[in-house]
Design a protein around this ligand. Sequence first.
Ligand SMILES: [Zn+2]
Length: 240
Amino acid sequence: MKTPAEGQFELHRPNFLSLALPKETALARIWDEIHEQHAEADRLNAKYGVRFHIFKGIESDILADGSLDYPDDVMNQFDFVVASVHSRFRIDPREQTERILRAVAHPRTTILGHMTGRQLLRRPGYEIDIQKVLKACAKHGVAVEINANPWRLDLDWHWHGRALELGCMMSINPVAHSTAEIALTHWGVEMARKGGVPKERVLNCLELPAFTDFLNRRRRRGMRSKPRTRQTPARRSRER
Ligand SMILES: [Zn+2]
């Protein structure tokens, strides 16, 4: 008999490399679930071997000072971390930029999520120096998310060409809160095409060895820079 996870991966196996966790629940409450999911991922990876590999990912809030809300020992248990702003949208643009630059430089950050925070027809994003942030992403080997949710489509396609020129890798993420929402990925693909992004520059279009290599390179760069440790309990933001 198949477990629910096996059923899901049969449906989506050809396209998806990652299993990311819901972000709006307090870490303490989902900790058992995380361990269960990780054990299940390990079991499936062992069972299916070279046919596919499940990577463990999590989205971490960028706090007011640019640090991440999960302690390093939590983030170390994941293969990748998406760092995103979910609060304090209206601070000074320079301060907002600095905050994000600090998060991009964080050794555990793998992907910068929805860089400007905009939601189409709902709210403008926060103001930042996008060019500066893109440069930092390229420098630290942090991928830039093309958020595929049709309310976001963030980073906007107008910036994709500049991101590529500066050396950024992009990542098309559906931010699915259900298996059905994985289908939203196509909006991100269409935006990436409009922005002129070739598949070689999309993290989750890479073949398994190249994808693993990207994560390892990021880890090695992270280890060379000084890790910031947070011992305080993880805090969750209400704003998504
Ligand atoms: Zn988010």
